[in-house]
Unconditional design. Sequence first.
Length: 278
Amino acid sequence: MSLIRKTLKTASVGLQNSIIYKNNFLLGFLSGVFGLFVQFIFWPAFYNAGTEFSYAAIDETVIAGYYLNEMLTYSLLIYFIQRGTSMMNLSGTIKGDIMSGGLNIQLIRPVKYLWNKWIFSISGQIINLGLSLIVFLLVLLFFRFTFVLPSAISDIGYTILFIIFAYILSFLINGILGMLSFWLLETSAINQILGMVIGILSGSLFPIDFIQGRLGDILKYLPFSYLAYFPTQIYLGKVDTAQIITNIEICLFWILFLSILMKKLWKDGIRKYSAFGG
C-alpha cells in the first residue's frame, strides 16, 4: 500500500507540475497548434497548385497515395497522437537530474527512478490531452473538409493499440537520449538535431510515403515510424490485417530491444555516476 501511495503522489506531482510551469506548457501547446495550422494552410495550397483554392481537390488529386481529405485527417491525427505520446521533455529532465546531482535524492526514494518518470509523464499528459482534444474538435468545425472515418471497428482497436506502443517507444527513446548525459556534458545540440531527424523519420512532418524507393521501405520498419506514421496508416485503412500483425511483432521487437538498451545504459551510467561521487 505504501508503494501505491507513493506512486499516486508522484502522479499528483506530475499533474501539478504542468500547472505550475504553465508558461512552458502553454508555449509548447501553442507551438503544436501553430504547426497544425500551417499544415492546414500548406496541404490545400499544395494540392490546389495552379488552380483556384478549394477543398474540392479532395476527390480529384492523389499525391503519394493520399487524397486531400486523407492528408488533412493524417495531419490532425498526427497532432493528437504526438500531443498524447511525445516525451521530448523527458531527456531534458533526466539530464537535469544527472547534472544537478538531484539524481541522488531520486535514487533513495522507494519508487524506482524510471518508474517515477513513467508515472510522472503519464499524469502530466492529462491536461495536454484535454486541450488537444478541444483543438481537435475546433479544427473539425473550423475547416470545412471531410474527416475520414475508419472503415472497420477493428481499425480503431488496432489504432489505439499502436498509440499505446507509440507512448512506450517515446518513453524509451527519450529516456535513452537523456541517459547520454552520464557520459556527455552537453547533449542539448544532439537532442535538437535528433528531434528534427525523428520528426522526419516518424512521419510527423509528412507521410513517409513521400520518400520513394528502398529508403522509404526501410524507414517504415524503424521504431520511429511507430511514433506517429503507422497508427495513422491503420486508421486510414491503408494497411491490411496481415500487415498489422507483422508490424505488431516488429514493434514489440523494438520495445524489447530498446528496453534492454535502456536498462544497460542505466546500470552502466549509475555505476559511472557513483564512481565519481554523484
